[in-house]
Ligand binder design. Structure first.
Ligand SMILES: CC(C)(COP(=O)(O)OP(=O)(O)OC[C@H]1O[C@@H](n2cnc3c(N)ncnc32)[C@H](O)[C@@H]1OP(=O)(O)O)[C@@H](O)C(=O)NCCC(=O)NCCS
Length: 221
């Protein structure tokens, strides 16, 4: 996959390229992880070169980055799984980020990670990376895009709200979460909470399973 289009940072158009990442991009991708997941997020969950090598070896079409000029601005990494909505953890479903669990005959495209460099946030890069997955799901005739969202705004209110109340308030629009609200704006729909999804203190270890259903599936099968 490769395409370019303009996004706007304020009034300034910035040409952004979406393409599959390669070994030459690893150094910048690891740097972006450091910028995107500062403490208290565990640093042992940042990408390693071994994991990135696995991504491009096992499922190169699902390893996608955004580039502005010569600079890497963000990435999204996926695998294919056979999944019907069962409870799961990030570690189990993604093979601890290695995508060793990739199943080319599965039914859903599962998001391992999405990260956008802080200096390029809120310009639409995250949304564009997500749209790339919608194209891929349609092309591969898969049922859906699935993935567990972090909910990093929860920790601050966890003494006042249950995880369900927190998620409901985001869905009703009385509260915003930095990741769940972003994913809703990018087209994904919350399905259910996933307890103990990830070692992620800001989310009290919860994830929110979020999906996008392939609207062309009946026609394409
Ligand atoms: C989540 C993340 C990928 C969003 O990327 P981004 O490029 O800034 O998102 P976009 O610019 O495409 O935003 C799309 C929409 O979501 C909204 N949005 C983005 N960040 C938001 C936030 N922190 N709070 C509320 N809404 C947000 C934008 O305002 C935009 O709304 P619009 O469509 O009305 O204009 C980025 O903040 C990030 O890398 N976070 C850290 C890593 C992380 O936690 N990843 C998630 C792993 S599950």
């Amino acid at each position: 996959m490769q395409f370019s289009q303009y996004l706007f940072q304020g009034d300034r158009p910035i040409k952004t390229t979406i393409r599959n990442y390669t070994e030459n991009d690893f150094e910048q991708l690891i740097q972006i992880q450091k910028e995107c997941f500062p403490p208290p997020f565990p640093s042992d969950l940042w990408w390693t070169e071994d994991q990135l090598s696995n991504h491009i070896r096992l499922f190169p079409e699902g390893a996608i980055c955004a580039e502005i000029g010569e600079e890497m601005a963000g990435s999204i990494t996926t695998l294919i799984v056979n999944h019907q909505g069962e409870d799961h953890t990030w570690e189990e479903i993604t093979g601890d980020g290695s995508i060793s669990t990739h199943d080319p005959n599965g039914n859903a495209l599962y998001v391992v990670d999405i990260s956008v460099r802080p200096k390029y946030r809120k310009t639409g890069i995250g949304k564009l990376l997500m749209q790339a997955l919608f194209h891929l799901v349609v092309e591969l005739k898969l049922d859906s895009v699935l993935g567990g969202s972090r909910m990093p705004g929860y920790e601050k209110v966890k003494d006042q709200l249950s995880p369900n109340e927190y998620l409901e308030s985001i869905m009703e629009g009385t509260r915003k979460d930095p990741v769940v609200s972003f994913l809703m704006k990018a087209g994904r729909t919350p399905v259910k909470l996933l307890p103990n999804y990830l070692d992620d203190p800001e989310s009290a270890n919860y994830g929110v399973l979020m999906e996008w259903k392939n609207p062309f599936l009946e026609k394409s099968k």
